[in-house]
Design a protein around this ligand. Structure first.
Ligand SMILES: C[S@@+](CC[C@H](N)C(=O)[O-])C[C@H]1O[C@@H](n2cnc3c(N)ncnc32)[C@H](O)[C@@H]1O
Length: 247
């Protein structure tokens, strides 16, 4: 086993049976990634670049690397949930290329899509403009946006996996951005997907207890379960789905 440490931020590289594994400590979060790089030099360049890029720049780079990063279809659990309630206003935080915002807007929801990647939002805007959909895009860090969000009938967060302290801020913001009697939809990689889908760090993954512990008695649990859905990356994986009604 070989290790390399850089400070700050801190990295540990291990030449394992799986390829190179990178632990990174950045912004207080410990990340673990398995990288299929062919050469150590490519890995070093990438790791060093990432260390000095902001999260928004990293996401932009990911989006720029391909024509579309995620599948185009909306999350099927969101579709089932949204179909069961009255159409109104919705906010989609971390909207990305907008598969869920676009779906909601096509159904008639007046939708606000928030993301800090201008590359992702410009793809969403292209579809919005072509189809004349009721979507407002907001290019902003969602943590800043959620400090003073609008109030919506439905608040959506799909596939965001920051560290737990930030997830709590997001959940709190989602709660506040939802009118009383309105709905909150959350989905993401379940803790049981560790090792084969999503972030390779259990602390970044979600489960039912986390949702129940955070929202407690403040919401009605219309749905709270692990599903095997087609996730944003296009293959089946255990997902956490929470569909809540704010009391
Ligand atoms: C995995 S993608 C999910 C996109 C979309 N929700 C979906 O399910 O297709 C995560 C998105 O969150 C955005 N994101 C991550 N952290 C963010 C932050 N702090 N503020 C704004 N956007 C953020 C990224 O730019 C990216 O588009």
């Amino acid at each position: 086993m070989e290790g390399v440490y850089l400070d700050p931020p801190l990295f540990l590289l291990i030449d394992s049976a799986y390829g190179f594994v990178v632990f990174s400590v950045k912004e207080g979060a410990v990340g673990l990634r398995r990288l299929p790089y062919k050469s150590l030099s490519v890995l070093f360049v990438t790791v060093l670049k990432e260390a000095y890029m902001t999260n928004a720049e990293m996401w932009n780079e990911r989006y720029r690397s391909t024509e579309s990063l995620w599948i185009g279809e909306p999350d099927s659990s969101l579709v089932a949930s949204a179909e069961s309630i009255t159409i109104g206003s919705a906010v989609d935080i971390g909207a990305g290329e907008g598969r869920n915002s676009i779906y909601l807007a096509r159904c008639g929801w007046t939708t606000t899509a928030v993301d800090f990647s201008d590359v992702a939002l410009s793809r969403l805007e292209e579809v919005r403009d072509r189809e004349n959909l009721p979507i407002t895009t907001i290019l902003m860090d969602v943590l800043a946006y959620l400090k003073a969000p609008g109030v919506f009938d439905l608040s959506v967060m799909a596939n965001m996996h920051p560290p737990i302290e930030q997830r709590h801020l997001l959940y709190d913001g989602l709660y506040r951005s939802t009118r009383q009697g309105g709905y909150i939809f959350i989905t993401g990689h379940h803790k049981d997907s560790l090792g084969f889908a999503g972030p390779a760090n259990i602390d970044m993954l979600i489960d039912e207890n986390e949702i129940r512990d955070f929202f407690g008695e403040r919401v009605e649990y219309l749905r709270l379960e692990k599903t095997t859905d087609v996730a944003d990356h296009g293959h089946e994986a255990p997902n956490l789905v929470a569909f809540l009604r704010r009391l």
